[in-house]
Design a protein around this ligand. Structure first.
Ligand code: ZN
Ligand code: ZN
Length: 198
């Protein structure tokens, strides 16, 4: 059943019931409403996935207002027990990154959002959505793993989760560290469904 069909049924029910005031009738109507809402929600979610070219919701990174400043081809544990990364600094170009992945470098990358990453800067490049995230979707890139390089935690692909790891927080060494560096693994096929809301 499509979303439109469901809407039609809902409208017909509303018409025939008119203004629902009797307690029993209202209860019955509420039950129908709840089922329809749940189904509608599922249908809407399905439609959103179909509209997207990738399973990965790259929009979350767009919404977080972050732009990468430095990307380096590098494997990491536990995703890359054998590091096929070549340690090259990459262009901020999703098509080139995916080309690199296709040529067998393992798909692991260090991705920093810090301005002046290489000179030890800690200020994060935030506040302006980066159009480049849309190109990840266009290029058919799936995010197979996404984790914070400061605390090593896997990061959910929602703007809120990402931004939590941008703030200073306790790192692997139990010292307070400035956030903003991440480890990602790109591939042609998704490994995780990171779409759920918190
Ligand atoms: Zn490489
Ligand atoms: Zn973290």
């Amino acid at each position: 059943m499509t979303l439109e069909q469901k809407k039609e049924i809902k409208e017909k029910v509303a018409e025939s019931w008119g203004e629902v005031t009797a307690v029993g009738a209202k209860k019955a109507f509420e039950g129908l409403e709840a089922i329809t809402d749940a189904e509608n929600f599922a249908a809407a979610k399905e439609a959103a996935v179909v509209e997207r070219k990738t399973i990965t919701n790259w929009k979350a990174l767009y919404d977080a207002g972050l732009k990468p400043t430095y990307i380096q081809c590098d494997g990491y544990l536990p995703m890359h027990p054998y590091n096929e990364g070549c340690h090259s600094a990459m262009h901020l170009d999703p098509y080139q990154l995916m080309d690199h992945v296709d040529k067998g470098h393992g798909g692991g990358f260090l991705m920093s959002f810090k301005l002046n990453y290489r000179t030890g800067g800690s200020e994060v490049n935030i506040g302006k959505p980066w159009e480049g995230w849309k190109k990840f979707e266009e290029a058919g890139a799936e995010l197979r793993d996404f984790r914070c390089d400061i605390c090593n935690e896997e990061v959910k692909l929602t703007a809120r989760s990402i931004l939590r790891h941008i703030k200073p927080h306790t790192g692997k060494s139990s010292r307070l560290n400035k956030g903003g560096d991440f480890r990602i693994t790109l591939g042609r096929e998704a490994l995780i469904d990171n779409d759920e809301e918190e």
